[in-house]
Design a protein around this ligand. Structure first.
Ligand code: BES
Ligand code: MN
Ligand code: ZN
Length: 497
């Protein structure tokens, strides 16, 4: 059950009055004077926009909407969409506004929608087109997978108004579309419930898509995982009736001698906590504990789909964390594939046990640089809330590079430290490390733990526990998986423009 096919995207230019669509969406800023597209619409409608603003009913606050219907234009229906203060308008908001626009249009059964937005001149025009295309396609993907979709309406075509409609603009449009399609795939994996998305099923969905995109895909089954000495990962899956999988994706679009960047993901298809079982109240959310893995594979797929000239690996560990007679116990000691011994203090700190082995596998498969992505700790939600993803790693220059990519991609990423004190917190009496470090600094002791498995390879850990899922419906997306950090990984590997 995948989401419906994306709309056709194209670029349009010329006077707004000549645009022929079922719905024309025009942004209007929260500023003193009307300008740009809103001003043009105002003249084309004999002062309708000024009238709405003067009446006080429309202020242009971000995501505020006002219908103009019927409009005296070729597009009979117009939606005024507030874009907030012009000075605050960034790529992230533009992307979300585009998503909100298509969602509103779909609600009115508009099949062909035209977006006439006013991006600030300070933003790169191609990056804007990419963001709008991205928003138009990600905006139409919903998480209500098992409800009747019959009355939803179908958006078949989205046109984006731009001053220039040349080859570079068309390329930006296609880039946005292709990235968005893979983001929707990753979100879909996260939204599907855990009875459906078992480790095996995720691996199947990923290999099927890899084949379509021409990405090399290797799936390791339980025996092969054991043969690879990945006993830390296996300690998590051993309590489940469902066997684990490790998936390795390899896309080589770059020169042979060029470096290989690996995206390494935590794919816990359901996290009960194991014997250190979680409370019942919010446990159902733990179906999204595989969003790191989903992000890693989506990013590789997107890079393949845009034909990026880079070499990337996607390495994800897929397991289910269950309590049972075969489950790992607190106090157990296991040896990870890199030879380090781990004392398992809390079976609910399972994500790091999975990552320990897949990080090492990524290095063995030739990664020169690592980024792992994981819904790793509740503590990151305490630290940063749901507003930002946390970044830890070494060397700091590599962390800075990833943070800068997030900034360009319009995603919030915030650097956090791995001080030597955090390593002290995870010293074990019996083994090299413990898998937990006590109450304080939970996101950071997790970072210190992962660092034991990356050797001297530049590495950044992204904790998306607070950002991979949203519990709130918004104008731009339904509650559910968000696809957090996929855009950042793509921008990191293949900077746009
Ligand atoms: N999957 C959870 C982290 C999580 C919590 C993700 C909330 C999304 C929302 C992880 O496996 C976990 O259980 N972490 C524990 C670690 C603790 C036992 C050291 C946590 O954060 O409580
Ligand atoms: Mn857990
Ligand atoms: Zn988990």
């Amino acid at each position: 059950m995948t989401s419906s096919s994306p709309p056709t995207l194209n670029l349009v230019s010329g006077p707004l009055a000549d645009v022929e669509a079922d719905l024309l969406v025009v942004t209007c800023a929260q500023d003193e004077t009307l300008s740009g597209k809103a001003a043009e619409l105002d003249s084309a409608t004999d002062g309708l926009v000024k009238g709405l603003v003067a009446s006080g009913s429309f202020k242009g606050r971000a995501y505020q909407t006002e219908w103009i219907f019927p409009a005296p234009l070729k597009s009979r229906r117009v939606l005024l969409l507030g874009s907030g203060k012009a000075a605050d308008l960034d790529l992230r908001t533009l992307r979300r506004l585009a998503a909100a626009a298509v969602r509103h249009g779909r609600g009115k059964k508009a099949g062909r929608i035209c977006l006439a937005f006013d991006p600030p001149l300070s933003l790169n025009a191609h990056a804007v087109i990419q963001a709008l295309a991205d928003g138009a396609v990600t905006g139409l993907a919903d998480s209500d997978l098992y409800k009747d979709q019959a009355n939803k309406g179908g958006v078949s075509e989205v046109s984006i108004w731009t001053a220039d409609t040349g080859e570079a603009e068309e390329a930006a449009l296609q880039r946005g579309l292709k990235i968005a399609e893979q983001i929707n795939f990753g979100r879909w994996l996260g939204d599907e419930p855990s009875n459906v998305m078992s480790p095996e099923r995720v691996a199947d969905e990923v290999s099927r898509r890899a084949e379509v995109l021409g990405v090399k895909c290797t799936v390791l089954d339980e025996d092969e995982i054991r043969a690879g000495d990945m006993r830390s990962l296996l300690s998590v899956s051993q309590g489940s009736a469902r066997p684990p999988r490790v998936v390795v994706l390899e896309y080589r679009g770059g020169a042979n001698e060029a470096e290989t960047l690996a995206f390494v993901g935590k794919g816990v298809t359901f996290d009960t906590g194991g014997i250190s079982i979680k409370p019942a109240a919010d446990m159902h959310y733990m179906k999204y504990d595989m969003c790191g893995a989903a992000a890693a594979v989506s990013a590789v797929f997107a890079l393949a789909s845009i034909g990026a000239k880079v070499n990337v690996l996607g390495v994800v560990g897929l397991v289910e964390n269950m309590p049972s007679g075969t489950a790992m116990r607190p106090g157990d000691v296991v040896r990870a594939a890199n030879g380090k011994s781990i004392e398992i203090i809390n079976t609910d700190a399972e994500g790091r046990l999975v990552l320990a082995d897949v990080l090492d596998l990524a290095r063995k498969r030739g990664a020169n640089k690592l980024v792992d992505i994981a819904t790793l700790t509740g503590a990151i939600k305490v630290a940063l809330g749901t507003a930002a993803t946390g970044a830890m790693g070494s060397p700091q220059t590599w962390v800075d590079t990833v943070v800068a990519a997030a900034d360009r991609a319009g995603e919030r990423l915030w650097p956090l430290p791995i001080f030597p004190e955090y390593l002290d917190q995870i010293k074990s009496n019996i083994a090299d490390v413990m898998n937990t470090g006590g109450r304080y600094g939970g996101a950071l002791t997790a970072g210190a733990f992962l660092q034991q498995f990356v050797g001297d390879t530049p590495w950044v850990h992204l904790d998306v526990a607070g950002t991979a899922w949203t519990e709130k419906d918004s104008a731009w997306q339904m509650k559910g998986a968000t696809g957090s950090m996929i855009r950042t990984l793509i921008e990191l590997a293949d900077p746009a423009g």
